[in-house]
Design a protein around this ligand. Structure first.
Ligand code: ATP
Ligand code: MG
Length: 560
């Protein structure tokens, strides 16, 4: 994938082109501003690729700023995982990591400035009264009885708030804007509230915290952000941001542009719902490979390049839409088809005994790691008299469409010989347990001399040399395309989203597999070693593979 060659274009890049052409800006400065209240998901990846991608392409800068105004919901674990995810995606922020909390002193000063200008007041209406006074979309609100408190008194009250002399919820600082505005966010929004909460960055220094809307725009201005890019739900809030910046003494004015959120079929993206999935142990954690988080995609074997390519393909618009899962899967499949080394793994093994092959002989066959990319080199795969093959790859009888092993018929073993099945053993229930065959020793890398050409190729592993592995087959977590629309998402969970195969047999070279680096298991799909195997398990030789994605988009067809 050559990402830099054809740069995406979109309405935001057109605005930037125009701003550069007109001389409005000489350097572009963007930022990615997550709230550290959960892991990043694929929707965030869209925003990261947009913000960092623009900075890269325009030789500009992109900040990483934690919008950390909500200490009760935030956690240092999230701060760390977010940084790791951004780096893993292949981006580096300008300078140090920023925190809105770095600006708490300045924000406090700007709040005081608004009070001094008669543009903010301390309000003692309780939550219920505040709601009642706010009015509705159809009805204007009413002015708070505290709206005309004098500047001097407001300054004293705000100071008391800061000193912890009021209880949580007893009062709040509100901007004095317009209780009749058609934009609800302009009806005297709260800009500071009391919270006796410990903050992961500022400790116990503050018991009042600025609200997100007040903080966000000022943080952008302080950092000199030229283009503040955010999702459409903040469209109305832009009025409030512009009002705040206009009314405080700050030089720089950032401009906000909104784009539509990414929605992905069969997935929920709201952090609240993702939290529920984790808390209720419906998944094993934020990085459970069925989650839409960046950490989960990584654990599942997705590459950073595949997620960046996905962001490029879905583009950036103002239109609400839901992207089909097949778009994402195509990105990773194309990447891994080109780049993943091949290996052989038998997921549902039965024995194949080659009766005319010498008992103790072992041949070390040299197999290509990739069918067309020579640079990936070769590996040694041992071949012997007893192999494992896939249960599904043998039938006593079958029609011509079945191009695998059938009694009396020949098939090629991948990278090895042509064999012909002669008979089979069954258990008491009639399940086939062992297949017997003969091999033609002249067929290593050649067609049989009699001119017949076996129709099929099947994969195998040598029974004596095979390693045991657990293989986890993942499917969509939800059984409907739009789980967010369900009244209760528990009712639309896919019961088969994880199938664990405990007794798979894999070729010995996979003992050296690296976590997160996907292989193509021949004829099966793409799989990578799980990154959560403990050191103890590793020492004991435990192998766990996660399925990244199947070879083809069979799922869409099956469900039509
Ligand atoms: P919450 O669910 O708590 O509202 P959020 O999803 O808005 O959180 P933030 O941490 O506030 O998460 O998001 C950081 C940035 O990522 C914001 O600029 C936001 O607009 C963007 N973002 C969040 N979700 C998506 C999405 N689905 N598609 C594109 N961008 C997104
Ligand atoms: Mg948010």
């Amino acid at each position: 994938m050559s990402e830099t060659q054809n740069r995406p274009t979109n309405f935001i890049r057109q605005i930037i082109d125009a701003d550069l052409a007109s001389g409005k800006y000489s350097q572009i400065h963007t930022r990615f501003p997550p709230e550290p209240n959960g892991y990043l998901h694929i929707g965030h990846a869209k925003s990261i690729c947009l913000n960092f991608g623009i900075a890269e392409d325009y030789n500009g800068l992109c900040n990483l700023r934690f919008d950390d105004t909500n200490p009760e919901k935030e956690d240092i674990d999230y701060v760390n995982s977010i940084q790791e995810d951004v780096k893993w995606l292949g981006f580096q922020w300008a300078g140090d990591v920023h925190y809105s909390s770095d600006y708490f002193d300045q924000l406090y000063g700007y709040a005081v400035e608004l009070i001094e200008k008669g543009l903010a007041y301390v309000c003692f209406l309780n939550a219920e009264q505040t709601r009642e006074y706010r009015g509705t979309l159809k009805q204007p609100g009413k002015n708070s009885p505290y709206r005309d408190t004098s500047v001097a008194e407001n300054l004293a009250l705000f100071e008391k708030m800061r000193k912890g002399e009021f209880k949580e919820g007893e009062c709040a600082l509100r901007a004095k804007i317009d209780m009749a505005s058609s934009f609800m966010c302009m009806r005297d929004p709260v800009i500071y509230r009391i919270k006796f909460a410990h903050h992961h960055q500022t400790g116990d220094k503050w018991c009042i915290y600025p609200m997100y809307d007040f903080t966000h725009c000022i943080s952008d201005a302080i950092e000199g952000i030229t283009h503040s890019l955010c999702t459409l739900e903040f469209q109305d809030n832009r009025r409030l941001y512009d009002w705040v910046i206009e009314n405080i003494s700050i030089e720089h004015t950032p401009h906000q542009y909104e784009f539509s959120r990414l929605n992905l079929e069969y997935t929920v993206m709201s952090k609240r719902k993702l939290h529920t999935l984790v808390e209720e142990k419906i998944v094993s954690g934020w990085d459970d490979p069925r989650m839409p988080t960046i950490a989960a995609f990584r654990r599942r074997g997705f590459t950073p390049a595949s997620l960046r390519e996905f962001a490029k393909r879905i583009g950036v618009t103002k239109m609400d839409n839901t992207v089909e899962m097949s778009v994402l899967e195509a990105c990773i499949r194309e990447d891994l088809n080109d780049n993943a080394p091949r290996a052989m793994a038998v997921l549902a093994p039965i024995k194949l005994v080659i009766e005319n092959y010498p008992e103790n002989k072992v041949e070390e066959l040299t197999l290509k790691n990739h069918p067309s990319d020579e640079s990936q080199g070769t590996r040694i795969v041992p071949f012997s008299r007893e192999l494992y093959i896939e249960k599904e790859d043998f039938k006593e009888e079958a029609n011509k469409k079945y191009k695998r092993l059938v009694l009396g018929k020949a098939v090629r073993l991948r990278g090895a010989y042509v064999v012909t099945a002669t008979r089979c053993d069954k258990d008491e229930q009639g399940n086939i347990t062992t297949v017997y065959c003969t091999y033609d020793e002249k067929t290593l890398g050649k067609n049989p001399e009699d001119g017949t050409k076996p129709k099929g190729v099947i994969h195998w592993v040598s029974a004596e040399h095979a390693l045991n592995a657990e293989v986890r087959i993942y499917d969509r977590l939800f059984s409907v395309p739009n789980p967010a629309a369900a009244e209760d998402f528990h009712t639309v969970l896919n019961p088969d989203s994880l199938v664990v195969i405990e007794q798979a047999k894999v070729e010995p070279s996979l003992a050296n597999a690296e976590a997160e680096k996907a292989f193509q298991f021949e004829r099966q799909g793409y799989f990578c070693l799980d990154n959560k195997i403990s050191a103890q398990e590793k020492a004991a030789g435990k192998l766990v593979f996660n399925r990244t994605v199947g070879l083809r988009d069979t799922w869409a067809k099956m469900n039509k």
